[in-house]
Design a protein around this ligand. Structure first.
Ligand SMILES: [Zn+2]
Length: 579
């Protein structure tokens, strides 16, 4: 008899994209054993109902005799008077090409245990033994995960041990033809595992990522992170992009063109984004994987867990991800300012920043930020972007009003010291910032968090030695907006921004623009239209050809350009901020 819950993962059918998970429960509850499938995955605040990917659940006893298992809710199964050893088999359809679910084909397998490893009621804190089998038809495949191996072969297949169910569902795995690159940071083994088809210099990526990890490990005060090893599982794709943080690993997806060409190549915008993704998920080791809102301690996978604090966890992380790149020397100050300028542009360009506060955005993430529609830019502010810019302002204001070498870093260190083991109550971080920052900082934060008043970006950047110039050159912003229209390459309207010329012209999402001034639609014609001029537009709505005119209006100055200030001390200020 064992207290541990055993989970066994095998490929059931590569062609049909099916994994099978066998769950062995010794001594289940005699009065009846309940099992449930999580409805969401931590780090991605949306009810996903992973049970929808489950094709079939069956049960048997230790000798293989069938046992009745009944469904009691969309995500729960129940076995009345279970046998001494209860074996439950779950067949999962794995065709979710994202960092959040499971995906399986002839080329690779990706599996988040949260998809099919059911939670056994009353046994969440028990240790778990997880076994992963190599598919017979793929004897050359390898397997990589952040789990701790117990008895594995040198390709990573075999048995792993997890201290409880929370740790199990926090450890995705990747199987396939993998390329592994090892390094050490903070005296702990790390590795980058690349899957998918890719070209370029993995050695360069390894060097740069190691520098960032080492920088962060040195920079953060004790206690050190409590993992024994850390894995970046990165699938290089055509276009898919995303990342999800875990306690001893991260699952990343990024376009293969983001890879660096060579050891010597200059950092392209794409490569800077890739490095930012690695850095972002690594920073989450501190912010959200260990310091986390008290609503997430413990995670309750069956219900929405509301908090106003997502701006803290994604905001601090989004501020420090790129800052760590420049401070560790993998990108230049110029590149950093260019990236920060783009973040400011995205904040200013979205009408949603005048409608929703960042704390409301955090609270409503489950129904708004994570369920975007054509009107989202008009009504939702990103707690990533505004959160990061609040951090920028805090960094400047603390340096200016508190002095004595204090900065936002001081706050980060204090948060880590105080909350590395426990949940953070609502408003606790604000109180801590107020205590260290004093009245000016408190007054700023109150407005920044609970109102839609614009952030004092120019003033704060000036404190840091940086000049902010705003222009209406929307082409430069690369956001693709033109007169308030965001279109796909076929002229289909995706979004119409509030208050724009496009909105006044009566255009709406899903309209298909076919002609501009009697000429076949081309986006260049729209982009080139000067203020005050009128453009005739033919478009289809609901299959009927319609006509309207768009009168170009003066564009708002929302495109940010940052440069080092002209004052003599500006250079020193920038250096003390970015070095
Ligand atoms: Zn994040």
């Amino acid at each position: 008899m064992s207290d541990s819950i055993q989970y066994h993962l095998k490929v059931a059918d590569l062609h049909a994209h099916q994994f099978e998970i066998t769950i062995i429960i010794d001594a289940p509850k005699p009065e009846g054993q309940k099992l449930s499938c999580p409805r969401w995955i931590p780090g991605s605040y949306l009810i996903r109902d992973f049970a929808k990917h489950i094709i079939r659940v069956t049960a048997e006893d230790g000798a293989g005799k069938a046992v009745l298992i009944e469904k009691h809710a969309i995500d729960t199964w129940f076995v009345q008077a279970p046998p001494e050893t209860l074996v439950v088999k779950v067949l999962v359809y794995a065709w979710d090409f994202s960092v959040r679910g499971a995906h399986l084909d002839h080329f690779h397998g990706f599996f988040n245990p949260i998809v099919g490893c059911l939670e056994v009621e009353g046994r969440t804190e028990n240790t778990c033994l997880f076994t992963v089998e190599c598919p017979d038809s793929k004897p050359h495949w390898q397997c990589a995960t952040g789990m701790t191996p117990l008895a594995c072969d040198d390709r990573g297949f075999g048995q792993y041990q997890l201290s409880n169910y929370h740790q199990l569902v926090d450890c995705p795995l990747e199987m396939g033809e993998l390329s592994e690159f090892k390094f050490t940071a903070g005296n702990k083994p790390h590795r980058i595992v690349l899957s998918g088809v890719w070209q370029g210099s993995a050695e360069r990526l390894l060097n740069d990522v190691q520098r960032v990890c080492q920088y962060l490990q040195n920079w953060m005060p004790d206690p050190a992170l409590d993992f024994n090893h850390y894995s970046f599982l990165c699938n290089l794709t055509d276009k898919t992009y995303g990342g999800l943080e875990h306690s001893s690993s991260t699952a990343l997806m990024a376009p293969r063109k983001y890879m660096p060409a060579s050891m010597q190549a200059t950092v392209t915008d794409d490569y800077a984004v890739l490095l930012g993704l690695f850095s972002h998920e690594y920073f989450h080791n501190w912010f959200i994987k260990r310091i986390k809102p008290s609503q997430f301690t413990p995670y309750r996978y069956q219900e929405i867990s509301l908090t106003q604090q997502l701006w803290v966890f994604e905001g601090f992380t989004s501020y420090y991800d790129d800052l760590s790149l420049v401070r560790s020397g993998v990108i230049s100050q110029q590149q950093y300012l260019s990236t920060l300028g783009k973040t400011i542009t995205r904040y200013l360009m979205g009408p949603g920043q005048q409608v929703q506060s960042v704390t409301d955005s955090s609270f409503d993430a489950w129904i708004k930020f994570y369920q975007p529609n054509e009107n989202t830019p008009n009504t939702v502010v990103s707690y990533y972007i505004k959160g990061a810019l609040i951090c920028l302002c805090l960094d400047a204001l603390i340096r200016h009003h508190v002095g004595g070498g204090k900065s936002l870093d001081t706050i980060v260190f204090e948060i880590w010291k105080r909350y590395h083991t426990g949940g953070v109550p609502e408003k606790a971080i604000e109180a801590l910032i107020g205590t260290i920052g004093g009245p000016h900082v408190t007054a700023f934060l109150e407005k920044a968090l609970y109102t839609t008043e614009p952030l004092p970006l120019a003033e704060c950047l000036a404190i840091l030695g940086v000049r902010l110039d705003l222009s209406d050159d929307q082409k430069k912003s690369k956001t693709g907006h033109s007169h308030g229209l965001l279109l796909d390459s076929n002229g289909r309207v995706l979004t119409v921004l509030s208050g724009s010329a496009a909105e006044r012209a009566g255009l709406a999402s899903d309209d298909v623009i076919v002609a501009l001034n009697q000429q076949m639609y081309a986006k260049d014609i729209l982009d080139a239209l000067p203020s005050g001029q009128t453009l005739g537009i033919h478009f289809f709505r609901d299959g009927i050809l319609r006509e309207t005119s768009l009168v170009a209006q003066a564009l708002p100055k929302t495109v940010a350009q940052l440069s080092i200030g002209s004052e003599s001390k500006a250079r020193d200020l920038v250096d003390s901020w970015l070095n």
